[in-house]
Design a protein around this ligand. Structure first.
Ligand code: SF4
Length: 345
């Protein structure tokens, strides 16, 4: 089992539930817009939010964000240790920074001590695209072994100052490389792991790559917190993360839709029906499985493992609960009846 760190009040690792993270894409110093996005993401299911801190204005905004944010705030900092010190003083709950890139031992010491004083953990975020040149030379290019060695190099810098409140990510845009790097890291250490595939792409391809990479790691028991990176509204990242957690069987919260693939027996517009039910289920946080099936002959039986569901027929369909038919319903009332039944579960 991994060690546990605390990000604000949220535990990561040590058997805690795998948490969902996302990142705002507003200007961090635009406090109103950023808070609006944080609230939207939190309402969608995001549990920890990261904001970019590219300059002092952003670092100074962290205090105001912290006052109002409903979830812990992680600051993402590259190269400039002063930004880290400012953001930590402003109340950041975690810092994503690579100590090897912040300009020498004094700077690392200052950040490690500031974090230690406030109980703020650091995420070391190794990215396959920005590995240190000596490692690239040693390994002949980017590879999982080089990524893991990079992580340990950063960890050692922090350990020199007795700082070990660390979690690690090893992201690459290649799914196999990402997965191997995390597997190696989980064998070599017990630091909690923030998993994700970086620059994954647009909603469709990015979700698929993340589902394979993150979902594959979760299925192997690896990963303590996750971010799906998408070139999209970040709320899509949160939805994708929730679906991946559900599909990997890691989390039972929230409703899961199962729907049949349709076949020659289908006499209703099942695809539209499934999409409508899926959309409405986003607002249901009960740990239930809901089936939308294409025919009344096989549907209730095939979906008997679901808690409830509907099966479409000609002009009317069936409402069922655990495979048992409850009643016939006119087709246009199927969805309403289904959600009325869900209310009672
Ligand atoms: S539930 Fe009915 S319509 Fe859907 S695949 Fe099975 S047999 Fe075909």
């Amino acid at each position: 089992m991994t060690k546990q760190i605390m990000v604000g009040g949220v535990p990561i690792g040590g058997g805690a539930p795998v948490t969902i993270q996302s990142m705002t894409n507003t200007r961090t110093d635009d406090v109103e817009a950023t808070l609006h996005q944080i609230r939207t993401l939190a309402a969608a299911g995001c549990e920890i939010i990261r904001v970019a801190v590219p300059d002092m204005a952003a670092a100074k905004a962290v205090g105001k964000l912290k006052e109002e944010s409903p979830i812990p705030v992680v600051v993402d900092i590259h190269f400039d240790y002063k930004l880290a010190l400012e953001a930590i003083a402003a109340g950041a709950d975690k810092v994503r920074i690579n100590p090897g890139n912040i300009g020498g031992a004094d700077h690392v010491k200052a950040v490690a001590q500031a974090c230690a004083r406030r109980g703020v953990p650091i995420r070391i975020g190794v990215n396959g695209g920005s590995l240190e040149k000596p490692l690239l030379a040693k390994y002949g290019g980017v590879c999982p072994e080089a990524m893991v060695e990079s992580a340990f190099g950063h960890i050692r810098l922090l350990n020199q100052y007795d700082f070990d409140d660390i979690c690690v990510s090893l992201k690459s845009s290649s799914v196999p490389m990402t997965m191997k790097a995390y597997r190696l890291m989980s064998q070599a250490s017990d630091y909690p792991l923030h998993i994700g595939v970086t620059e994954a792409g647009t909603v469709r391809m990015g979700t698929l790559k993340s589902a394979v990479g993150i979902g594959g790691l979760l299925a192997l028991g690896i990963g303590d917190t996750m971010r799906v990176s998408l070139s999209a509204d970040p709320v899509e990242e949160v939805y994708a993360a929730k679906e991946i957690l559900k599909a990997a069987g890691v989390r039972k919260e929230g409703a899961e839709l199962v729907s049949c693939p349709t076949c020659g027996r289908t006499r209703i517009d099942l695809i539209a029906l499934a999409n409508e039910v899926e959309e409405r289920l986003k607002a249901v946080d009960k740990p239930i499985t809901v089936a939308v099936m294409g025919c009344v002959v096989n549907g209730p039986g095939e979906a008997s493992a679901a808690d409830c569901g509907i099966a479409g027929g000609v002009g009317e369909g069936l409402l069922f609960k655990k495979g048992q038919i409850i009643k016939k319903v006119p087709q246009e009332q199927l969805v309403e009846e289904l959600f009325a039944l869900i209310e009672t579960l």
